[in-house]
Design a binder for this molecule. Structure first.
Ligand code: ATP
Length: 306
């Protein structure tokens, strides 16, 4: 399912949550929305899902305008919102049966889908346990299972790993990989660059309601990566290094920006040897998505207390 977002804007009162967003999400890809809290990721996902109906611009799904064909398109979408919504006094299996009926499934089809989904999220053995006995990660997996019951062509997942233990996170990652392999289009939001780098084919960096960059990871890296040499040592100072390039103090050491990292590394290495300075770390480093985001927006992806 291909999704074209064309000049989409959304305001809440005086707050401009999205401003003139244009993106193309290719069919059968995993597309990442990466940005800090409040960037506008959830708002964009809610527009594509049809939760938010009053926006300007167009969302075009497989060449059909979303707002003109909403019910038909919605039937092909699975949406995992940030909040988990399950009935805590029912078992996992009964939750899935309940939501399955709401999707219009019934009889043996419903039972088969519930069994398949339980296997997909790795919770067949725990299917009869009540949801309130589940860990946060297990609840999240069932919540994702609910969104998969009607075999959607497009799965929209809003920060699905927040508050999730590593084991459940791995289940979620594996599930995304297998859904993608079977042709599902996935839109995945996060403020963790590692998740987007691992899972997504393409991504948009979003900040303050605007797309600051979009494309494949390789293309974004090519456009913005600055190579540099990182050096750390007890008696080093920025003055020792200024002759080799622009110096930033970082992670207890210094980053020297340079067009010729190998040569710079060799020069720094021999200068340090000559002056007998103790070196703890000396290496070439490349910008990651976090660095690129910082250089484009001046702000970081995560809150400082994370
Ligand atoms: N219903 C609403 N009413 C008023 N303001 C809203 C509403 N929903 C979102 N906003 C505001 O719009 C901006 C974008 O919010 P949004 O939830 O889309 O961001 P986000 O990138 O998904 O971040 P988070 O991960 O924190 O949800 C924020 O400033 C938010 O406070």
């Amino acid at each position: 399912m291909e999704i074209k977002i064309e000049k989409v804007s959304k305001t809440f009162g005086k707050k401009q949550a999205l401003e003139d967003i244009s993106l193309t999400i290719p069919s059968q890809s995993c597309y990442g929305l990466l940005g800090p809290n409040g960037a506008g990721k959830s708002t964009l996902m809610k527009i594509i899902t049809g939760v938010i109906l009053d926006y300007s611009g167009d969302v075009v799904v497989d060449n059909q305008k979303l707002n003109r064909n909403l019910p038909a398109i919605q039937r092909k979408i699975g949406y995992v919102s940030q909040e988990i919504s399950l009935e805590p006094t029912l078992s996992a299996q009964d939750n899935l049966m309940f939501f399955g009926r709401m999707y219009g499934l019934s009889g043996s089809t419903l039972k088969e889908r519930v069994a398949q989904v339980l296997a997909q999220v790795g919770l067949t053995n725990r299917r009869k346990d009540l949801i309130h006995t589940y860990s946060g990660g297990m609840k999240r997996r069932i919540n994702i299972g609910v969104a998969l019951l009607h075999q959607p062509e497009l799965l929209i997942m809003d920060e699905p790993t927040v508050g999730v233990d590593p084991q459940s996170r791995n289940y979620i990652f594996e599930l995304i990989r297998s859904l993608k392999a079977s042709g599902t289009t996935i839109i995945y939001s996060s403020h963790y660059m590692e998740e987007i780098q691992t899972l997504c084919d393409e991504l948009a960096l979003i900040d303050e309601g605007q797309v600051v960059e979009a494309g494949s990871l390789t293309a974004i890296r090519k456009r913005h990566t600055k190579s540099s040499v990182f050096v750390k040592g007890a008696d080093l100072s920025a003055d020792n290094l200024a002759q080799y390039g622009l110096v930033h103090e970082q992670k207890g050491g210094f980053t020297v920006e340079t067009e010729t990292p190998l040569q710079t590394l060799q020069q720094i290495s021999s200068a340090l040897q000559t002056s007998n300075l103790v070196v703890e770390q000396l290496e070439i480093s490349q910008s990651n998505l976090e660095d690129i985001f910082l250089s484009l927006t001046g702000s970081s992806l995560r809150d400082h207390n994370e």
